[in-house]
Design a binder for this molecule. Sequence first.
Ligand SMILES: Nc1ncnc2c1ncn2[C@@H]1O[C@H](COP(=O)(O)OP(=O)(O)OP(=O)(O)O)[C@@H](O)[C@H]1O
Length: 234
Amino acid sequence: MQDHISLTDVCLERDGITVLNNINLHLTEARIALIGSNGSGKSSLARLLNGLLQATAGTISVCGEDPKKGIEAMHRRVGFIFQNPDHQLIFPTVLEELSFGLMNIGKTRRQAHDQAMSLLRQHDHEEWANMSVHALSEGQKQLVCIFAVLLMEPKLLILDEPFSALDLLIKKQLLRILDQQAPQMLMISHDLDAIYHFDRVIWLEHGRVREDGPAPAVIDHYRQWVASQLENHP
Ligand SMILES: Nc1ncnc2c1ncn2[C@@H]1O[C@H](COP(=O)(O)OP(=O)(O)OP(=O)(O)O)[C@@H](O)[C@H]1O
């Protein structure tokens, strides 16, 4: 698989503070997770990848594009899912929400509606089509966000703590859908069990890569480190 995400000597300052320090990553695995303490720089890194933040130094490539070109330039190849679905959902009904991206890339309204309905049907949520997005629960809204992104058939999905507000059942359903349908995923998560089977885990601490490798090893070291921090700061 080609390098889908590549960061070379990337640094980021926010308000004069170094948030990411000399990050070098070449990410080709299908399932990659980013872990680390609060404030370690995970969301900032995700925001560099979709062009919401600009690196202070270094170069970034996502699916062969420079994210500086903005989210529109990467729209067809990269899907982004963030923690709060309210920041992503803009249309009054679920069907309009799901159809928008497809019409944006040239599908007719009819084609877009048919594709959206077919996905809803596939997941037994046909009855959502004409519902107001705001009448859905947080978990259901997050599922709509994931459906909207999957309809675009992205090569790569970048998710920033997508499960933090979700109950166990919806979380497991979403993970299953993502596992079946996303060719490549980079997921930021504090839920270590959800990412234990991933191909690669990158542990960020104070804006640097502290460890990078197979999920079980990195996660176990992270858990040991957290336990040792607790012992030192009870
Ligand atoms: N809007 C902002 N303006 C300036 N600095 C910010 C801003 N947001 C975050 N930061 C700084 O960037 C650092 C990294 O924050 P970031 O949100 O990337 O961490 P994170 O690892 O995603 O944390 P969390 O696990 O809590 O979501 C923080 O220490 C914070 O000081």
